[in-house]
Design a protein around this ligand. Structure first.
Ligand code: NDP
Length: 341
């Protein structure tokens, strides 16, 4: 597999955004951060429109000096560039019904997550550009790193090149929001979706399961709830390990541990046979994520996620997970700690 191309500020020309009207549909985590960064990069405020319903997000945008349009069809009609920065689950409905019918034929639509494009849930005209500029950071960090003059990791791709200029527009927009300062990695909606959903449905469920089972085995061996909660996560040791992995290296961070620990971790992990988990991971990746099975299943329960109480499938999953030995023990430990405070 070839290495990915990395784009820097020098690959992008902000001038091509001159005179373009840029609409941010959504002023939440990403919308607020990206719009402010883009304006601070020198794009004129009178060419930026925040499209938002009349509520606290709109008030926030106004208080930051932005022009706010409550009518999405009007905002869409004015857009040369439309950043689609509302939650993924509402994008198909809101974009297809309220924005798409009014967009110009040569508009550039910018997505920050591959999901809806990879699963073909958004309706675009073939003449339009569709690009992905997907920060790998929460919105507040997208803003704070920009303010500090630093970059942040970001994926960039062209999903549809209707005008023939989609890549240069994508790079100029990436530069404007501060994403090419530290290097934006060439990716695709497919790659972004595959990695995101695989982590959510393959990797992290296994990590949760490992913690749950390890907790039960150690508890059975006589360890207390308090000691276990602190030993396993409440001390924040796992967070520190991952921070060091990012800074020093996934394997090299082990050198911060005791010699006994280093030996145990390296020797133990090398002895484990990964064949079964590899097959399980492939099953998740190919037969759940990439073939669209999860997306189809999720769309069936999506509406129920708005419901209250036990009718909401997410609440049911929380309830079941909290019934585990780990979940119950943590509740007791936290209640005890709260009393002590
Ligand atoms: P938010 O949840 O912060 O979006 C909130 C914004 O969406 C508000 O402006 C809100 O306004 C608007 N919105 C919510 N529901 C609706 C609706 N039904 N109709 C119209 N507007 C609506 O989203 P994020 O910034 O978290 O995510 C935006 C995109 O960025 C997604 O594609 C996400 O995957 C991606 N992304 C997010 C990251 C993050 O930091 N969270 C990281 C990287 C990518 P109102 O409620 O007033 O309508």
């Amino acid at each position: 597999m070839p290495s990915a191309k990395i784009y820097y500020d020098s690959d992008a020309d902000l001038n091509i955004l001159k005179d373009k009207t840029i609409v941010f549909l959504g002023f939440g985590n990403q919308g607020a951060a990206q719009a402010q960064n883009l304006r601070d990069s020198g794009l004129p405020n009178d060419k930026i429109i925040i499209a938002n319903r009349q509520d606290h997000y709109a008030e926030d945008a106004k208080s930051k000096g932005f022009n706010v349009e409550h009518d999405f069809s009007k905002a869409a009609a004015a857009a040369d560039v439309l950043f689609l920065l509302i939650p993924d689950q509402v994008q198909p409905r809101v974009f297809n019904e309220q924005a798409a019918p009014h967009l110009k034929d040569n508009v550039t639509i910018v997505i920050a997550s591959g999901y809806n494009v990879f699963y073909k849930l958004l309706n675009f005209k073939s003449t339009q550009d569709v690009v992905m500029v997907a920060p790998r950071m929460i919105g507040s960090s997208v803003r704070s790193l920009y303010v500090k003059g630093k970059g942040f990791p970001c994926f960039v791709s062209v999903e549809q090149d209707g005008t023939g200029n989609a890549l240069s527009t994508a790079l100029a927009l990436s530069r404007a929001i501060g994403a090419t300062k530290a290097g934006a990695i060439a990716s695709s909606a497919r790659e972004e979706t595959a990695m995101d959903l695989f982590a959510e449905q393959g990797l992290w469920p296994n990590i949760i399961m490992l913690f749950r089972e390890a907790f039960s085995v150690l508890k059975e061996a006589g360890c207390s709830d308090e000691a276990l909660c602190y030993e396993m996560w409440m001390s924040k040791e796992p967070a520190e390990i991952f921070e060091r992995a990012a800074e020093d290296g996934f394997i090299a961070q082990l050198k911060h541990h005791s010699t006994v620990s280093q030996y145990g971790q390296l020797n133990g992990s090398l002895k484990l046979d990964g064949t079964a988990i590899r097959e399980h991971f492939k099953e998740i990746l190919y037969n759940q994520v990439l073939n669209g099975k999860f997306c189809q299943e999720f769309s069936k329960i999506e509406a129920d996620l708005e419901k209250e109480g036990d009718e909401n499938p997410l609440n049911q999953l929380y309830k079941k997970s909290e019934e585990s030995e780990l979940g119950q023990a943590e509740k007791r430990v936290r209640a005890r700690l709260a009393q002590l405070l």
